[in-house]
Design a protein around this ligand. Structure first.
Ligand code: AMP
Ligand code: ZN
Length: 472
């Protein structure tokens, strides 16, 4: 498999630390609000990465955190605490907010067929781990105390900016104009490991620490949670591009200073979902959620297809017109799959051959649109029905578009959803007439109706599920 690595800014051959095994970490959501469909684009593409690795027979262990403490409005440790903001907005406690939005996130994942990572760990479960790492960083001279908070000292690093393509402008992405810089910091890029002197009088969650009662900064949680479950060396770390700086840059700074060696080999970043006003973000007020798409009558899986149609390393522009198109494509695709009957026996050699094609196509830096193209190639091929269905079911282990399930659930009327409605009404009418004729044992008339339809290019077939028809 090949994968683009943000560290080297190249597509590289993927070589895991341990042959056949992959350790993978995903930055999870900050659970102060619903996830918007932009966040979910990132989780969909990470899900495809995980499933492609599994499909290529790697034994994957994937870990995700849930940020329920420490994430301030600006990723650079300034602004308001996101969890407190959520709690105030809804007149609830921080933990109530965290529980509600964690559950809502899981429900969105389910609707979008995103697999639950093997381990999901909330930050508030790991306070001891954070304290241990911060203590070690202080001992090694990589951290200092100022204004009663503990900061990471970026001047102690040989190089801080590890994602080479970061421009000064991109680097400032986490720092908003309306918040003042923390004057305790010795260097501009230093970041908080532990707050004891909270900027927020009403900080709800606090823990005892060697530096006084307080709470952790945001970045420390991903370093500690990943090491807790994946050890000191990791293969792939994922997130959205906005995580590259400062979050992932800081994660690398503290993890490698703590470990004394390289920590993670491949960094996978999904580009943003944008709308007409720019990057989709929660701070803009109104934002699109999966429930809202459902309320508007969309199938969430059509949104998944919409994401899979474009490459994860390109920004994706959302509009309802574009989603309508994806939904139309999805319906047609399902109709085509529904017309493939499980006839013949599965050709195992062909199944293997088409699997290899898929791994080669999608395994080339998660080229999902090539995966979709292959799906149409299967449908167009002269393989028998049973083999086609087996390959489609196999591809769906990665694509997760409910392909066979949705096709099998189609009612005869749905099967013709994309046909000319006048034709559908005419044929259905004739089928009803023929049914009535047969009931009256008027087989002559029934045969005449069948012949009349055939003359118009319509073939009907009596099946256990009722009468089906198709164009000859
Ligand atoms: P958050 O809940 O804000 O911590 O974000 C969860 C994930 O969504 C992170 O990996 C972000 O990088 C990612 N993300 C944020 N905004 C967008 C967007 N507009 N499009 C795609 N991913 C995003
Ligand atoms: Zn993270």
């Amino acid at each position: 498999m090949k994968i683009y690595n943000s560290l080297t800014q190249r597509v590289e051959e993927f070589v895991p630390n341990e042959p056949g095994k992959v350790s993978m970490y995903t930055c999870g959501p900050t659970v102060y609000h619903f996830a918007h469909i932009g966040n979910l684009r990132t989780y969909i593409m990470e899900d495809v990465l995980e499933k492609t690795l599994r499909y290529a027979d790697y034994d994957v262990k994937r870990v995700m955190n849930i940020t329920d403490v420490g994430h301030l409005s600006s990723d650079a440790d300034t602004g308001e605490d996101k969890m407190i903001k959520g709690a105030k907005r809804e007149h609830k406690t921080v933990m109530e907010i965290a529980k509600f939005y964690t559950d809502a996130f899981f429900s969105d994942m389910e609707k979008l067929n995103i697999k639950m990572p093997d381990v999901v760990e909330p930050a508030t479960n790991c306070i001891d781990e954070f304290i241990k790492m911060i203590s070690a960083l202080l001992e090694k001279g990589f951290a200092y105390k100022a204004g009663e908070n503990i900061y990471f000292d970026t001047s102690k690093l040989k190089s801080y900016y590890v994602f080479g393509n970061q421009s000064e402008e991109e680097l400032m992405v986490g720092v908003r104009d309306d918040v003042t810089e923390d004057t305790n910091k010795k260097n501009k890029n230093d970041f908080v490991l532990w707050f004891t002197k909270s900027k927020f009088e009403d900080q709800a969650l606090k823990w005892d620490s060697p530096w006084g009662v307080g709470y952790p900064g945001w970045h420390i949680e991903c370093s500690c949670i990943s090491m807790k479950h994946l050890g000191e060396k990791m293969d792939i770390h994922c997130g959205g591009v906005d995580n590259m700086f400062p979050h992932h840059t800081n994660e690398i700074a503290q993890s490698e200073s703590f470990l004394g060696h390289k920590w993670c080999n491949y960094w996978f970043h999904v580009h943003h979902l944008n709308d007409q006003t720019g990057k989709m973000s929660k701070s803009k007020g109104e934002f699109l959620t999966v429930s809202l798409l459902e309320k508007k009558g969309y199938n969430p899986v059509a949104y998944r297809l919409f994401c899979l149609q474009s490459h994860y390393r390109k920004p994706l522009m959302f509009s309802f017109e574009a989603l309508d198109q994806a939904e139309g494509t999805y319906k047609k695709l399902i109709n085509r799959i529904a017309s493939v009957k499980p006839e013949g026996s599965t050709d195992e050699a062909a199944l293997k051959e088409w699997k290899d094609k898929f791994v080669e196509a999608v395994g080339n830096d998660i080229n999902t649109s090539m995966g979709i193209t292959l799906l149409y190639d299967v449908l167009k091929s002269d393989l028998n029905g049973a083999t086609k269905r087996a390959i489609i079911a196999d591809y769906d282990k990665v694509l997760s578009l409910d392909l066979i399930k949705a096709a099998d659930a189609l009612t005869p009327a749905d099967e013709h959803a994309n046909d000319d409605p006048e034709l559908v009404a005419f044929v259905e009418g004739k089928i009803a007439e023929r049914k009535a004729a047969k009931k009256e044992k008027n087989f002559e008339l029934a045969d005449a109706i069948r012949a009349e339809l055939l003359e118009k290019g319509i073939v009907i077939e009596d099946t256990r599920e009722g009468v089906k028809w198709k164009k000859a």
